[in-house]
Structure formats: C-alpha cells, structure tokens
Design a protein around this ligand. Structure first.
Ligand code: SF4
Ligand code: SF4
Length: 258
C-alpha cells in the first residue's frame, strides 16, 4: 500500500473547514455528500504540521475604511447587527492633554465620522482588532468540554459539534474577541479564515485591505511577507503581561494601544 507523505487534517480541523466552507457552497455538514467528499479531496493535500500562521498589522497604513470588518462578516456568516464581530476597527483619539479615547461605531464597518466636539485632538489613528490566536490561550484552558482547541498550524478553533455555548471562553478572553452566535448558540470568533487557508487563500480581511495594513503569513518561512514585516518593524503584541503569547503583531503602536 502506498504510504502517505503528509500528516493529514485531523477530524476537528477538517470539520472546522467544512462548517464554514460547505454552507457557503450551499451544502450541509451531515450526512456527507459527493460534493463534500470532493471538497474533502481538495483539502486532503493540506498538511497542518507545515504551517504556523500569524498576522501583522501596520497601524501607519490603516485608514479606518472598515472594508476588512465588512468582508469578514460576509465571508464568515457573522450576524449583521452591531456587537457581533470577528474583526473590527477602533479609532484612538489622543488629546493635547495626553488623554486617550477610543471609539468604534458599528465596528468601523461604515468608516468613521470626522471628529467634532470639545476634545483638543493631538492625533488619531486606527487599530484593527481580532482574535490574537494566542499560543497560550485562556479560552482553550477554560472550555469545560474541550470544544475550543489549537490546531496544529497554530490557529485557535472552536469545534461547533462540541461547543455548548456556556460562554466561559467569552469571559476568559482578555481581548473581547469572542461572541455568542445568536442563531448557532456557539462561541464564535476569528479563525484567520481557516477554510480559506487550507485552500491556499488569504484571510478575507487581508485580501480586501486597500492599503496592505494587514500582513499575513508565517514567521518561520523565509519567503513569507510576515517574516519581512517582523524583520523591518518594531512590533508589539496586545497585553503582553498576560502571557497569552498573541500571534497578531502591531507595528506603529505606542503605549496607548491596549
Ligand atoms: Fe482565545 Fe481571546 Fe486569545 Fe483568541 S484572543 S486565542 S479568543 S484568548
Ligand atoms: Fe484599515 Fe485595511 Fe481594515 Fe481599511 S481594510 S480599516 S485600511 S485594515
């Protein structure tokens, strides 16, 4: 019998792909159909042990247009109502007195209105936020049924078949990156568009960003744009003192960003 050269996707990694890709293709998850098996063959060659994904965000480049947050909702079946986001954009307003204010109307999807009012504005900048795909994720640690897990390519995923919607992970995430999906009753969040990654595509937010403020790739891969980004920029992660070891890196962020 011919030996497989790759360690193929685990059942959970595979289901995380199917739960997003199949409904978008008009197919249901169970029972498996010919179409699903076809998709299965498409991703069969994907080897999660050969990847370790991360994202860079260049704050100097973000113009706060919100196209990323908009594309994310469309791509990932995120409810259209405000307060449900896998990724969103915040505007930081720094006053002449050194005070900082943050706003994010509708997650920045519709852009930001010009500032009016009493604040003597020194500067403003935009900070896209999302799940940090922590290497030491509190959400995984608290899940009582093991539904949230880290895939072998370093992406924190939720197994929708096992999630009981208890919200423990939502409370444990220090970045506010999770929400309870109102229809599915499961904890949802950014997956780096895992269903796209396994097919060699970029996350939707990265693909649509008009200024390349979002950089995606693998720090360990010589040819990766992320590696270049990390080499040529001073980067920070959010809330480093919590030791969650985020894999979303920000360039151009100063002490105000939290
Ligand atoms: Fe979990 Fe929150 Fe870290 Fe994402 S940012 S891996 S949801 S703790
Ligand atoms: Fe910023 Fe790019 Fe998102 Fe526009 S699409 S808000 S420029 S990250």
């Amino acid at each position: 019998m011919k030996r497989r050269e790759h360690v193929l996707m685990s059942r959970r990694e595979f289901l995380s792909v199917c739960s997003k890709a199949l409904p978008l293709a008009g197919l249901s998850l169970f029972p498996f159909t010919a179409g699903q098996l076809l998709l299965g063959r498409e991703i069969d060659k994907y080897d999660p042990t050969q990847h370790d994904y991360a994202m860079g965000i260049d704050i100097h480049k973000c113009i706060g247009c919100g196209r990323c947050a908009h594309a994310c909702k469309n791509e990932n079946d995120v409810p259209k109502e405000p307060h449900y986001f896998r990724t969103w954009v915040e505007r930081y307003i720094i006053s002449a007195e050194g005070e900082s204010y943050v706003d994010s109307p509708n997650g920045g999807i519709d852009g930001f209105r010009e500032l009016t009012g009493d604040i003597d504005v020194l500067r403003t900048f935009f900070v896209p936020k999302l799940c940090n795909q922590c290497a030491n994720p509190p959400c995984v640690q608290v899940c009582p049924v093991g539904a949230t897990f880290v895939s072998r390519d370093g992406v924190v995923l939720t197994d929708e078949q096992y999630c009981v919607g208890c919200r423990y992970c939502i409370q444990a995430c220090p970045y506010g990156a999770r929400y309870l999906h109102p229809q599915k009753k499961i904890a949802d969040k950014c997956t780096f568009c895992y269903h796209r990654l396994v097919r060699g595509l970029l996350p939707a937010c990265v693909e649509v960003c008009p200024t390349q403020a979002r950089i995606f790739g693998e720090a360990g891969r010589q040819s990766s744009p992320l590696r270049r980004f990390l080499r040529f920029n001073d980067v920070i992660v959010l809330k480093p003192a919590l030791n969650t070891r985020p894999k979303v890196y920000y360039a151009g962020a100063d002490g105000e960003v939290r």
